[in-house]
Design a protein around this ligand. Sequence first.
Ligand code: FAD
Length: 614
Amino acid sequence: MAGWSVLEHDVLVIGAGGAGLRAAIEAAGQGVSVGLVCKSLLGKAHTVMAEGGVAAALANVDDRDNWQVHFADTMRGGQYLNNPFMAEHHAREAPDRVRELEAWGALFDRTADRRILQRNFGGHKYPRLAHVGDRTGLEMIRTLQDHGVHRGIDVHMECTVVTLLKDGERVVGAFGYGREQGRLLLFKAKAIVLATGGIGRAYKITSNSWEYTGDGHTLAYDAGAELMDMEFVQFHPTGMVWPPSVRGILVTEGVRGEGGVLKNAQGQRFMFADIPEAYVKQTADNEDEGWRYTQGDRDARRPPELLTRDHVARCIVREIREGRGSPHGGVFLDIAWIKTRLPHAAEHIQRKLPSMYHQFKELAGLDITQEPMEVGPTTHYVMGGVRVDAASQMSSVPCLFAAGECAAGLHGANRLGGNSLSDLLVFGCRAGGYAASFAKEHGAGTIDERQADAAARRCLAPLERGDGGGAGAGASGGAEVPYAIQHELQQLMQDKVGIVRTEAEMQQALAAIGRLRERAARLAVPGNRQYNPGWHTALDVHSLLTVSEAITRSALERKESRGAHFREDHPAKSAELGRLNHVISKGAGGEMTLRREPTVAMSAEHRRIVEEQG
Ligand SMILES: Cc1cc2nc3c(=O)[nH]c(=O)nc-3n(C[C@H](O)[C@H](O)[C@H](O)COP(=O)(O)OP(=O)(O)OC[C@H]3O[C@@H](n4cnc5c(N)ncnc54)[C@H](O)[C@@H]3O)c2cc1C
């Protein structure tokens, strides 16, 4: 058996996106030693891709905004499956976390009186997203990274964690490998924060990059923690649809925030035809009012293009299914039309949406200042994740914390745009702080060498079977190729557990996931351990299968349509299910089990705020 290198920290943070970096900064600030592990290079996490902005009720652009309105917007957007205490912490603390980022050197776009500028976004009542053009994530990650490095955090880049190690009930370490040399690594830690981001790579069409294979969800689940709300996968309404090589790449909601409109092939602004009851009072009933809203008219209501993502995505799917789609299977998103309203519109678009301008110019040969884009839904975000305590972010496993996209609770059935970056800052900070306190109060546990040995064997098994690997071997019950399993799973989830779901298709998916799991036990990879992407993919497959099964089981159980989860066979909401979260955990025999839990009740103050905000 190959050996492993041992590394030791008081707090180990797995994931170096916004949540991981913010957690690491907070923990290091409390004087504990902190290790930060990431699959790719520091600074290349998902957070860097965030475009539209970070939601915080700073009230710089509209002084009617405050934490209560942000809280009510978040709860309404999540269709009241959110943990209200997380929603309260988030809405109250986000402004301070953004100002702190500014104090650490982040440069935001500015209002005329030099305060942080805020833009409109779907589901937010007032302009609330602090932003840097459409490159907000880049500025955020740059700032956090600089600040973190100066706090003395040890960064372990290009390392993937595959297993958590336990001493009795508590977590005491993590086992993984270095991607470059294939070295096996054992991290000892008194507390661990999971900040591994999302699951987008379980689907074929996604805005997510290769790293988002649901590892944190799976590490937690395998260690005995609970997952919650896994049926709620957000399909962002606007991804690129053409050319095929770039299908799924995100087109920021900022385009609609700046006045972009959605049209079908007949030139109709179809969003006006379908405004959900809960949003009628807040939504413009004519095009002129919608335009005025995007230009900052305080008396105007938002255009229907800025309704919540779940609803906009479903309206787009309906247009496409009913034959009113664009030539390449999407609908049209038009920002160029604003030239009929604004002088120097082309320069304005380029200044406000520089990345979108370049993205379409470079990848699709299209000038968005002159022509409409073709867009369609893309798998974007998972509301479900590790079930955590609202204040500390600790999971049900002692010592194990989770924050950011891999944690559940804040967003309920649907996340509002911009609420992820603020989530990372608020709950990254909380998780890091509580993890550091936990580490100070508890000594190091004991590492069980047998667990490490078993983890090492599991890691190396695909390579050891490698000689038998090769295309085509799978069908006969022989060795299996990791890319084949990955692609089949992505297609399966896309087709059968996607934006429109039915019992029959999801039952087929569940059975197929079981068959893929059996085949995954025979994964074989040729070559050696040095930078071997086939081997890395083989080790990702376990996570992809775990989160896919959790999504499918939860979606089967939710026999209603709510937020991002749409059942064609149960299109209405159920009052009973609207009071329940689905919790997934590992049964005694290793099987995945699901139970229903009542949602966390709102306090009297929460209820008053929600009623007041309509
Ligand atoms: C194109 C795009 C635009 C977006 N725009 C916005 C926006 O404008 N506003 C907004 O609020 N949200 C936006 N989002 C969503 C938001 O960016 C993400 O939800 C958020 O960045 C997730 O942050 P995180 O810290 O949880 O994880 P990430 O930033 O995803 O980082 C995860 C980290 O975990 C590491 N990791 C994963 N698995 C392992 C493992 N097994 N071992 C070690 N390390 C591991 C990764 O390498 C990475 O460092 C956008 C998302 C995309 C894709």
